[in-house]
Each structure stands twice: as C-alpha cells, then as structure tokens.
Design a protein around this ligand. Structure first.
Ligand SMILES: Cc1cc2nc3c(=O)[nH]c(=O)nc-3n(C[C@H](O)[C@H](O)[C@H](O)COP(=O)(O)OP(=O)(O)OC[C@H]3O[C@@H](n4cnc5c(N)ncnc54)[C@H](O)[C@@H]3O)c2cc1C
Length: 364
C-alpha cells in the first residue's frame, strides 16, 4: 500500500532503514524521534503491549524526568556514567523531554523537588501518548514478537524472529536491563551484544533494598519515614556518600529512595569494607553485612553493554557499524527520581539522530 493505494508492478526487496528491538522507554522514544524525522523504522517488542516496565514506574505514576539543569543532573548521576552520557544529555536535557511530552498533549505536574509526572497520575497516559504518535505516524509495531537473532550482512543486518526475518540497514537494541523480567527485559540485548563480539559488564541490582536481620526493623515492617537518611561509610569511618529521603521498613530489611541510592553507590563503587548507616524515626541502624535484594526486584540494572564498546556521541558499536544501543541495556544507570527514564530517552534520541545522519551520508 502507498498512500492508501495498492502499488502494482515491480516490488523491490529493500531493507528497512531502522529496526528497533524493544518497545520500552528507549524503544518508544527512538521510534517517536524517527517518526518525527520521517526515518522509516519498525519496532519489535517481546510483549503484547508497549512499555510494560514504564507502566510500573513510580508505583504506576511515572516519574519521567527531573526538571533541573543538565549539569546538576549529571552531578547527581555521578561517575563513571555521567561523563559517558553527558553528550546525549546535553542534546536532550530534561527540559527537551518535558517540551516533547507537552507537544504530545500530555499535561504534566512538577513536584516541589522538581520531579516530573503526568498530571493524570497514570504512567499509561505517557505510554498511550507514545502509542498514539506511533499509530498516527504509521510506524509498524511487531508486538508479541521477540527478536531471536541479529546477523550482520553486507548491507545491514538480518533481524530474526521465530516466524520471519527482516532486513534492516541499522539496528537499535533497546531491550532494557534484567530486572522485573515479566516486563520483557530478560537480558537478550546483552546476549546479542556478546554474540556480536562486544564485551558486557556483569549485571547486578541497582536501586534496591538492603536485607537486615534486625527484629526492631522487622517489628516496624510497613512503616515509612519520609525524612530518612542513608550514609555509606568507608573502612576508615568516613562518609563517602549520603542520601536523604524516604526510608521504609520491610519484613526483610530496609527500602525507600535514601536506601536505594546508597545501595546503588555501593554496587557501582564496590562494597568492600563499607557499612551503611540508616537513620529513620529516631533509630540509627548500622548495616555491616551488605546483602542487596535480588536483581529481579531492582529498579535498575547496573552492568550491561560495556561503555567503551559504544561511541557515546552516536550510540553506535565501535566494532559493528550500523548497530546501536540505547537505555538500560547499556552499562548506565542513575539514582531514583526520574533519572533512569531520562537516560533511556536521551540515549535513544542520540542514536536516532546519528542513524539519520548515517543514512543521509550513505545517500550522498
Ligand atoms: C518498579 C520500577 C519503578 C521504576 N520507576 C522509575 C521512575 O519512576 N523513574 C525513572 O526514571 N525510572 C524508573 N524505573 C526505571 C525505568 O523504568 C527503566 O530504567 C527504563 O524503563 C529503561 O528503559 P529501556 O527502554 O532501556 O528498558 P525497558 O523499559 O525495560 O524496555 C525494554 C523492552 O524491550 C523488550 N524486549 C526485551 N527483549 C526483547 C527481544 N528479544 N525482542 C523484542 N523486544 C524485547 C522488553 O519486552 C521491554 O518492553 C523503574 C523501574 C522499575 C522496575
């Protein structure tokens, strides 16, 4: 079909300019940017619907970014991730994401601490806005369609599924991390990368609770303390990281934003010799044996495609021209508060802009 008419005559077998593997936050954003630029693409999504993980974010409310200057955002993300994501973030700062969602007709709410949500209080408002844009732009969506293999060929890649293959000039892998595998992110992208000769960093839990065998904590299971504090203390007793925010008591230990950020710091920077001090409700708790909750329960995956395998200006694999990555499949992560979705969006945009430039350079 072409403009609603059936095209007769010689049909040529041509590659799709871009195949996007994964219809989560990064994949949907990438498809939206591609549609905006008239760049032909199709999206493969393992699950029967787009954005399953995004629907879970912030307890279904979707804290999609933080409305702060990009340099403050990068400082909060911290090294080694901040320097790597800086070019993508500077091209697609939180304010550009806010403008983009407003242009899709999504009413937004800014909290006192600058966290941004859809005004409806429903993550589905944002997922539907992306879905509507892709439908109206005619972007083909292959739902319920896990990609099973990606093979480089002379003019691009063959992208395989259980039932058919597609020839694509460029492939963007946006398959996410490994947490909450029921949302579809099961580590396929990291496996595709390894099979294509790229190194990956081992995947571990980021932004998750810490287990504590303390009867006083267990006795308070279910209690939430808004103004808590979690500190990471090194082997010489120095505070190397601190995070103020919610602390929640659980039957197995402690959770909440302050604890999550401290756990992420430990996981990124190594836990040897460290302890975590958690303050809440007049009780100070010192955790010396650090046992994070499992990866499948984590908000974010630390680890993934190694950053030195990928050019951070284009998101293209250095060893495999035409192969791109965006979002949590990469070894990037941020603290709680809208940082991780922002990183997914910004890296997706950087990839699509680079793909558009590559396609136009190939045409010239
Ligand atoms: C409980 C929870 C709450 C969170 N809250 C927030 C929040 O409030 N703010 C925030 O910024 N971040 C939040 N996050 C983190 C955020 O959701 C992720 O960082 C973000 O979704 C990552 O986007 P992504 O596109 O890289 O991966 P995903 O959103 O996980 O998308 C990957 C997609 O790829 C698909 N896929 C995987 N393999 C294949 C394959 N072989 N073929 C086809 N498709 C495939 C998956 O089905 C999935 O839909 C939260 C995470 C969780 C778990």
């Amino acid at each position: 079909m072409d403009n609603g008419k059936i095209r007769h005559g010689n049909l040529k077998h041509e590659p799709v300019p871009l195949a996007i593997v994964g219809g989560g936050a990064a994949g949907m954003f990438a498809a939206a940017v591609a549609a905006e630029r008239d760049l032909g693409c199709l999206v493969f999504e393992r699950k029967a619907r787009l954005g399953a993980k995004m629907l879970m974010t912030a307890n279904g409310r979707c804290n999609f970014t933080k409305d702060i200057p990009v340099e403050t955002f990068l400082r909060d993300v911290g090294e080694p991730v901040a320097s790597w994501v800086a070019p993508a973030l500077r091209s697609c700062p939180p304010q550009a994401i806010i403008r983009g969602l407003k242009s899709l007709g999504v009413k937004l709410r800014r909290m006192e601490d600058a966290r941004m949500f859809p005004d409806s209080g429903q993550a589905s408002t944002i997922v539907h806005a992306f879905g509507d844009l892709l439908r109206d732009s005619g972007v083909p969506l292959c739902l319920n369609c896990p990609v099973t293999g990606i093979q480089p060929v002379k003019n691009g890649f063959i992208v395989g599924t259980c039932n058919f293959t597609v020839w694509a000039q460029n492939v963007l892998i946006a398959t996410g991390g490994l947490s909450f595998p029921k949302t579809g992110s099961v580590g396929d992208g990291q496996e595709f990368a390894r099979r294509l000769g790229l190194a990956t960093e081992s995947c571990r839990a980021g932004l998750t609770g810490l287990e504590v065998a303390d009867p006083a904590v267990k006795a308070q299971a279910g209690a939430r303390f808004e103004d808590g504090l979690a500190r990471v203390i090194d082997s010489e007793g120095r505070t190397v990281f601190s995070s103020r925010g919610e602390v929640d008591c659980e039957a197995w230990g402690v959770s909440g934003a302050a604890v999550y950020n401290a756990q992420r710091y430990l996981s990124r920077h190594g836990a040897r010799g460290s302890a975590v001090e958690v303050e809440f409700g007049g009780q100070k708790l010192t955790i010396r044996r650090i046992v994070p909750r499992p990866l499948k329960e984590a908000i974010v995956t630390i680890g993934g495609v190694a950053l030195d395998e990928v050019d951070n200006r284009t998101m293209m694999a250095r060893k495999v021209p035409g192969l791109y990555f965006a979002g949590e499949v990469l070894d990037i992560d941020g603290p709680t508060g809208g940082y991780n979705l922002t990183l997914a969006f910004a890296t997706a945009r950087a990839a699509v802009c680079a793909i558009a430039a590559r396609l136009s350079a190939n045409r010239e």
